[in-house]
Design a protein around this ligand. Structure first.
Ligand SMILES: Nc1ncnc2c1ncn2[C@@H]1O[C@H](COP(=O)(O)OP(=O)(O)O)[C@@H](O)[C@H]1O
Ligand SMILES: [Mg+2]
Length: 259
């Protein structure tokens, strides 16, 4: 399978604090990779380094390389805004712009990228993104209503529609279901399954069943203790990580013995 993201020797800092150390991992295109591990081991930090969201924190920086389709995201002449278009992100809490209509929420990223669009093109883009996010049928008659009027699960799908409306290569999701009920969670999981035909997806999850259900590859992160950097312990086919991991720490975590 083609590699979409190639990370080598990545160290991630907040000021002087080394939060994540020495991560090397290839992430296959058009597949789902799950990041698992105990709280504080740097899953979110690592995820945010994959679209240069990490550096919006004062003093935050990285060492090492992140290639997406062969291009170094941290290259000298790379604009972080372009990176975030190519590598979209969905967060733990659905965060549609509350007063903005459903329609405008979907286009929020487009409007920043390409100021003016013809009305028919905009309509098409909105419908395409909402269909891809599995939300079209539920909202097509109320596109002018505020995004905040939707249920939590619908809001999260709206955020997915917003992320994919700019046609990214990669979709990063940080615990996208942790604020949702079980039914909405399954809807999002089914959606992830469909979206991987088109996008490279990386999902952080604390839910082991979810990792096992949605991902092709699983990466287990751990840390030796408080104040120590998080490290990638092992990664591989999800089936293998869950049935026969190489490292005893992976097995202990998966069996719920810590974290
Ligand atoms: N904005 C921040 N400033 C300073 N330290 C941070 C910041 N965000 C996270 N950290 C620290 O980085 C480490 C990894 O955190 P995080 O990436 O949130 O872990 P996880 O997502 O696996 O729970 C933790 O020690 C955390 O306290
Ligand atoms: Mg986190």
């Amino acid at each position: 399978m083609a590699t979409s993201i190639d990370v080598s020797d990545l160290n991630i800092y907040y000021g002087d604090f080394l939060a994540v150390e020495g991560v090397t991992i290839p992430i296959a295109a058009r597949s789902v990779t799950a990041f698992i591990g105990p709280s504080g081991c740097g899953k979110s930090t690592f995820l945010r380094s994959l679209n240069r969201m990490h550096e919006v924190v004062r003093g935050a920086r990285v060492e090492g390389k992140v290639l997406v389709d062969g291009e170094d995201l941290y290259g000298d002449d790379v604009d972080p805004v372009d990176v975030r278009r190519m590598v979209g992100m969905v967060f733990q809490r659905p965060n549609p712009f509350p007063t903005m209509s459903i329609y405008d929420n979907v286009l929020a990223g487009q409007r920043l990228n390409s100021k003016r669009m013809k009305k028919t093109d905009a309509d098409d883009a909105v419908e395409r993104a909402l269909r891809s996010a599995g939300l079209w049928a539920e909202v097509k008659d109320r596109l002018d209503r505020p995004g905040s009027g939707l249920s939590g699960g619908q809001q999260q799908r709206l955020c997915i529609a917003r992320a994919i409306s700019v046609e990214p290569e990669v979709l990063l999701m940080d615990e996208p279901c942790s604020a949702l009920d079980p039914i909405s969670t399954i809807v999002i999981e089914d959606l992830i399954h469909e979206l991987k035909a088109q996008y490279t997806i990386v999902i952080v999850t604390h839910n082991m069943q979810q990792a096992a259900r949605v991902s092709d590859t699983t990466a287990f992160f751990n840390l030796a203790g408080v104040g120590m950097p998080g490290r990638l312990v092992e990664h591989g086919a999800t089936e293998k990580i869950f049935s026969n991991p190489d490292e005893s720490a992976t097995e202990a975590y998966i069996q719920g013995r810590f974290g």
